[in-house]
Design a protein around this ligand. Structure first.
Ligand code: RAT
Ligand code: ZN
Length: 440
């Protein structure tokens, strides 16, 4: 029979089997270690590498304030679960009426426990507002007394964000106008060049390029591919992007549709390689599952990661940033990243940016990839969301890291605060910046 109390003479004690032994000393050490991890995670500023925010110079493209917080697409989707109101009726209301409908249904008539609702409260609370009276006019009044520049500084400070990467699309008329008229750059904001229409809607992208003076034809012949590279080059000149980026449907195939495949192989990836720019791929989004919900109507579907493996293997000199939307892709994606050093995983994207998923995904990535990934990005659509997206994620990431350092401590391995800082900096943007500099 197995004697579970058996041990060597040195570690066998009267207080029980050696493998169960937890002395008060250990407990104290664990407690100090937890405090140290908590302190480091809370004080380490992050590089928010994917957002939908803009520098104040972009005017109304930068959304902020209580009404924008309330009409966030996640809350719109949750609101409709309470209403019989026709979709079009909601969309025909002005923003403040929409915000009031959401506030009444999701905050007054039921408790705001969902992640998107809780986020509004975390944000208001951090800004010093009393949320107990549930008084929307008072909150609006508070915002009316603030200007965007001061608010931006306060939000970045409360969120612990050092740099914000914008998502910039040359296909968007409003922002194109700002880039073309020029703006004096703001060091707090960097840029990513978003190119979805190029691969997802070539006829529309082609029309756009043709209207902007590029000699492109329907078939991706040599001249057209050259013109697409020229388009990328011109926009990279304006934007100085850190990376190019696209979100992809579940059925994305590589090799796949011949036009898409040629655009990837002969325009996008050669351009990226020549400029040492990663191509960010975001698999698993099903656009317009319910078009009546407009921007709240997108869904999720499991992606075929074999297509991505083929792409990473075929282009070892290109770099790829990847975050997947489906929970079901997360484990496979970690394994893929272990096979390809030209792949850097980042963030818990969109529907996975809820505490239970952030915990699971971050834990899995640490266990399979060590510290060679970026733990989180906010995907913030509204400036104020930076506060809650980062406060909530930090708390989860700190919890996961405490467990991991405790596991190390149990082997006798000791970590210093400086080493924990180094590790947390890597997860908070440092590993991403190192990846940007890498050349294969
Ligand atoms: O996160 C979101 O709010 C989505 O609507 C999208 O913007 C998504 O993040 C994307 O970048 O495609
Ligand atoms: Zn996004």
């Amino acid at each position: 029979m197995l004697d579970i109390g058996a041990g060597t003479p040195e570690n066998k004690t009267d207080s029980g089997p050696a493998f169960l032994l937890v002395t008060p000393d250990h407990a104290l050490h664990d407690h100090r270690l937890d405090e140290m991890v908590e302190r480091v995670v809370m004080r380490t500023p992050v590089y928010d590498i994917h957002t939908h925010l803009y520098a104040p110079a972009f005017g109304s493209l930068l959304r902020w304030g209580i009404d924008d917080l309330l009409v966030y697409h996640s809350l719109v989707a949750e609101g409709f679960r309470h209403w019989e109101l026709p979709y079009e009726k909601f969309w025909s209301q002005d923003k403040s009426t929409q915000a009031e409908l959401i506030w009444t249904s999701l905050f007054v008539q039921s408790s705001p426990v969902s992640e998107a609702c809780r986020g509004v409260l975390t944000t208001l609370h951090a800004l010093g507002l009393d949320v107990r009276p549930r008084d929307l006019p008072v909150i609006r009044q508070w915002y009316a007394g603030h200007k965007v520049e001061g608010h931006l500084m306060r939000v970045m400070d409360l969120a612990g964000v050092r740099t914000i990467c914008m998502t910039n699309s040359p296909f968007d008329d409003q922002e194109r106008a700002v880039w073309q008229s020029g703006w004096s750059r703001d060091a707090r904001f960097t840029s990513a060049l978003r190119i979805d229409p190029l691969l997802l809607d070539w006829p529309a992208a082609r029309r756009h390029l043709a209207a902007s003076g590029y000699q492109v034809s329907e078939a991706p012949d040599a001249r057209t591919l050259g013109e697409v590279r020229r388009f990328l080059s011109d926009w990279s000149h304006h934007l100085r992007p850190l990376y190019l980026m696209i979100s992809l449907p579940p059925d994305f195939a590589y090799p796949g549709d011949p036009t898409t495949t040629r655009l990837i192989e002969e325009a996008i990836l050669p351009f990226c390689e020549a400029h040492n720019l990663p191509f960010a791929l975001m698999p698993g989004v099903k656009r317009a599952v319910n078009p009546a919900l407009r921007e709240a109507g997108d869904g999720v579907g499991r992606a075929d990661l074999a297509a991505y493996e083929r792409l990473f293997a075929a282009f070892p000199r290109n770099k790829f940033l990847v975050t997947a939307l489906p929970r079901e892709n997360q484990h496979d994606l970690c394994v893929v990243a272990r096979k390809f050093r030209n792949v850097h995983l980042f963030g818990c994207w969109w529907f996975t940016n809820v505490p239970s998923m952030v915990d699971e995904i971050t834990r899995m990535r640490l266990e399979l990839l060590g510290l060679s990934f970026t733990a989180q990005h906010s995907d913030a659509q509204v400036l104020d969301q930076l506060i809650y997206k980062w406060q909530h994620s930090r708390r989860v990431v700190a919890g996961v890291l405490k467990d991991k350092y405790r596991d190390l401590a149990a082997t006798g391995w000791q970590v210093s605060e400086a080493e924990i800082s180094r590790d947390v900096e890597a997860l908070s943007g440092g590993a991403f910046e190192a990846f940007l500099l890498r050349r294969f």
